[in-house]
Design a protein around this ligand. Structure first.
Ligand code: HQG
Length: 219
């Protein structure tokens, strides 16, 4: 269940009913269900259907925040810029990145063709931040195929991995009731020159994971 968002008059938005900074009263800004819907729509528009939503993404996946706020307002009669700000600011997975010059993009998850490293010359620095092991939750029905060809991006531009087994299981639950968790030898991939990037709070992406770097994680 998605938590509501509250606003403290002095310290801004929070998902706690009492402001974590001053312990003072907050007012409810956005209910859980509307927060979930808004986040899903914005994620979809920035990852999968920008054109249909009326947005133009540049090579790096960026679009103008003002345009997005307009699109959101047209889509939902109850939504406005303040609620969009709240969804973006409180996203627990860091799904959205704010750029210079009032731009926004999805941090990961794209099916549209973007290059998140476009115009960035220090992308290799991201590799300092990669844990030795990463995890991927999936439907057990995919295992034979994954054992044969490794993890492939399927409908997206990249394969997505999680920082913990719990998060991977949660991702896998989107596909199956009893997902299986695969462990990835991320250190081995990096040592062999297969790049991995950290995106958002705890999501890691790569072009593919060949089968020799994968193990089914025992419960
Ligand atoms: C599977 C969410 C057969 C793969 C999450 C997965 C993530 C194969 C499915 C992000 C395969 C693709 C992405 C192969 C991969 N044979 N099946 N060779 N290779 N698969 O939804 O990783 O909450 O495109 O195991 O947290 O589940 O939206 O990818 O089951 O970070 O922000 O093909 O989406 O983020 O499914 O999820 P998806 P995903 P948000």
């Amino acid at each position: 269940m998605t938590e509501p968002v509250f606003r403290c008059p002095d310290h801004g938005v929070t998902t706690a009913q009492e402001c974590p900074e001053c312990g003072g009263n907050t007012r409810k800004l956005l209910g859980g269900e509307r927060r979930r819907r808004l986040s899903k729509f914005v994620s979809g528009a920035l990852r999968h259907f920008p054109e249909e939503a009326g947005l133009e993404l540049d090579r790096g996946g960026w679009t103008d925040y003002d345009d997005l706020a307009r699109v959101v307002k047209n889509k939902y009669d109850w939504a406005d810029r303040e609620l969009l700000d709240a969804v973006v600011e409180t996203d627990p997975k860091g799904r959205f990145e704010s750029g210079d010059d009032g731009q926004i993009r999805a941090a990961y998850g794209h099916s549209v063709d973007v290059d998140l490293d476009a115009g960035v010359d220090d992308s290799a620095d991201r590799e300092d931040d990669i844990p030795d092991r990463l995890f991927h939750g999936t439907d057990p029905a995919n295992l034979d195929s994954i054992r044969a060809e490794g993890l492939q991006p399927m409908g997206r531009q990249r394969v997505h991995l999680s920082g913990t087994t719990e998060e991977a299981r949660e991702v896998g639950r989107r596909h199956a009731k009893n997902p299986v968790v695969l462990e990835t030898d991320a250190a081995g991939m990096l040592a062999d020159g297969l790049p991995i990037a950290k995106r958002g709070e705890s999501t890691y992406t790569c072009e593919a994971v060949p089968p020799e770097y994968l193990n089914v994680r025992a419960e």
